[in-house]
Design a protein around this ligand. Structure first.
Ligand SMILES: Cc1cc2nc3c(=O)[nH]c(=O)nc-3n(C[C@H](O)[C@H](O)[C@H](O)COP(=O)(O)OP(=O)(O)OC[C@H]3O[C@@H](n4cnc5c(N)ncnc54)[C@H](O)[C@@H]3O)c2cc1C
Length: 536
């Protein structure tokens, strides 16, 4: 069994004994076969000296037990790392930033405290997964829709705390934005509530997020200032109808007008999440198209457009999702077509129409997450035979935020595709790449870098490429929104305005709120004082 850094064996044993007193011996894990479960299954440093391994894990059942564990950790300066369901695959899994940390696993705290389908909110504990919340709503026939990420097994709280995202309406699919009030165990074991939860007797925790005074909730997302034990979330009222319509446009630069019009529709509240893609990607492995893509960027972009037009294949497509009353869904779709018809050659198609209550048969084959139905179908992505590793066992997400404009998309296509060419790597981007739209008000130019459990050298190559692209993006003002622990110092380093004033401010708070540096050391690039120099 590993010992947390800077902790002597005797103190660690005493602390483990206190953890057992607090939660019971069944819920303190120290054996290798148990602690190994907290390795990051998608770690890009698997089986390398940098791989982060935990010393133990503790799984409390309620908030009093969390407080007891935190007080003990604070007394003996044991680094602890809270997770909710710990399924943060692609961004670190359940592994901490600091090897030897004790994982504080909150999966047993899985109570849905309240769901209100007249005022449209939920209050949940960290162990509540999207599946749990969905089932709770279904069992009670409540008329609210949840917004889930692609994998439904994650935690509503944990996902939001890492700025996770989903697929429906703007204000709901940014899960931290949709949160409303939280309960937190502070590093000294004290219990705090934010927003209206701070007002004894208030019945508005799930409705008004600010309460009064500074809005401190953000400190607990991608931060290390406390253990969140409850969170409220706004929920979308169950709509009457859904329509998914598609527009396709013929030219590469059409993305400029396409994005401007779709932004207009979305920011005016007329559509849910739009999804851009390119029909051309289905042809990338055909020899002629592969030959076009192998050319230098400008030429490749020109020839790809010519090929698309001569084969009457749209260059981009955008799926528009309408939720709401039957009448407005149809009217908004007509309005969208009117605006988008300004783009020469735009073509329209209705893909899918539904009305609630929806049946399992009606959604089979469609993207259920967009309809608020959690599932795990995304993992069909699985291992890919064409990955340039000996086996693709997972991915690390490269996720730079770029402006929500067609001009930025064109620039990102070129910058990243040329970078892959210079590195001599198979490119994950092309002159027709499109951004992800999970963020309500920005694009993410996301790519999954493959990671392997067996090929250390391939992982090293992928890390080098990831670092190079992250630096390249940052030079243009494109920063990662979320990243695996191994890159968190690098990424925080990019947010460097005024000699890293933002990081220095967080460090000042960290030293005041958590002087022993016990909570999630290093998370978000924020290290406690005693570890700062060694990680500088
Ligand atoms: C194929 C694939 C598709 C994916 N699709 C999506 C997607 O659509 N949207 C999306 O957002 N993500 C996606 N992910 C990433 C990830 O799987 C999900 O975000 C997942 O929900 C995160 O894991 P979790 O919910 O178990 O959170 P956790 O792992 O429990 O939490 C995440 C982090 O938040 C902090 N934290 C958690 N709980 C607490 C707490 N109670 N107190 C203090 N800090 C805490 C910890 O630092 C923790 O590591 C995808 C991953 C893969 C591999």
């Amino acid at each position: 069994m590993a010992i947390p850094p800077g902790v002597n064996e005797q103190d660690f044993q005493t602390a483990l004994g206190e953890f057992v007193n607090a939660v019971g011996s069944d819920w303190v894990f120290t054996r290798d076969e148990d602690t190994r479960l907290y390795r990051d299954a998608y770690s890009p440093v698997q089986n390398e000296p940098e791989e982060i391994l935990v010393s133990a894990a503790v799984a409390p059942e309620n908030v009093e037990e969390v407080q007891a564990v935190v007080r003990t950790a604070n007394r003996y300066r044991i680094p602890i790392y809270p997770i909710s369901t710990g399924r943060n695959l692609g961004y670190g899994g359940s592994a901490p930033n600091l090897s030897g940390s004790v994982v504080l696993d909150l999966k047993r705290m899985n109570r849905v405290i309240e769901v209100d389908d007249k005022r449209h909110f939920a209050i949940v504990e960290p162990g509540v997964s999207y599946f749990d919340l969905y089932r709770y709503i279904l069992d009670r026939n409540l008329k609210v829709l949840i917004d889930c990420p692609d994998p439904g097994w994650g935690s509503v709280v944990g996902n939001a705390l890492d700025h996770g995202v989903g697929y429906t309406w703007g204000a709901y699919r940014d899960h931290f934005i949709s949160h409303c009030g939280m309960e937190v165990v502070l590093p000294n074991g004290e219990l705090m509530r934010t927003g209206m939860g701070a007002l004894p007797g208030a019945d508005t925790w799930g409705e008004y997020r600010y309460g009064f005074g500074p809005h401190v909730d953000g400190l607990f997302s991608q931060g290390n200032f406390g253990v969140v034990t409850k969170m409220g979330f706004h929920l979308l009222p169950e709509p009457e109808a859904y329509l998914k319509g598609t527009v396709s446009v013929p030219a590469r630069r059409d993305i400029i007008d396409l994005v401007a019009i779709v932004n207009q529709l979305e920011h005016a509240g007329l559509i849910g999440m739009p999804r851009y893609n390119t029909p051309l990607s289905a042809h990338y492995s055909e020899p002629e198209v592969a030959g076009i893509l192998a050319q230098p960027f400008a030429r490749s972009a020109q020839e790809l457009e010519r090929w698309a037009q001569s084969n009457d294949i749209g260059y981009y497509r955008c799926e528009l999702q309408f939720y709401g009353p039957r009448e407005t869904v149809q009217a908004n779709w007509s309005y969208a077509q009117r605006l988008l018809s300004e783009i020469p050659g735009a073509k329209f198609h209705v893909d899918h129409e539904l009305e609630w209550p929806i049946t399992a048969e009606e959604v089979e084959g469609w993207h259920k997450v967009a309809l608020g139905i959690p599932n795990l179908e995304i993992f069909r992505m699985g291992t890919r035979p064409d990955a340039d590793t000996l086996g693709w066992d997972g991915e690390m997400w490269f996720a730079p935020i770029i402006p929500k404009s067609g001009e930025a998309v064109l620039e990102a296509q070129e910058v990243f595709t040329e970078a892959f060419r210079e590195m001599g790597m198979r490119s994950f981007t092309s002159p027709a790449s499109t951004p992800a739209t999970w963020m309500y008000r920005a694009f993410i130019f996301i790519m999954g870098f493959p990671v392997s459990r067996i090929d250390v050298e391939a992982n090293q190559r992928q890390r080098e490429a990831f670092t190079r692209l992250a630096n390249l993006g940052a030079e243009r003002g494109w920063g990662e929104y979320r990243t695996p622990p191994i890159f968190q110092d690098l990424i925080m380093g990019h947010y460097s305005f005024n000699d890293h004033a933002l990081r220095r401010f967080s460090e000042t708070l960290k030293d005041a709120v958590d002087p022993n540096g016990i909570i999630s050391a290093g998370r978000g690039g924020i290290w406690p004082k005693h570890l700062r120099d060694s990680n500088a």
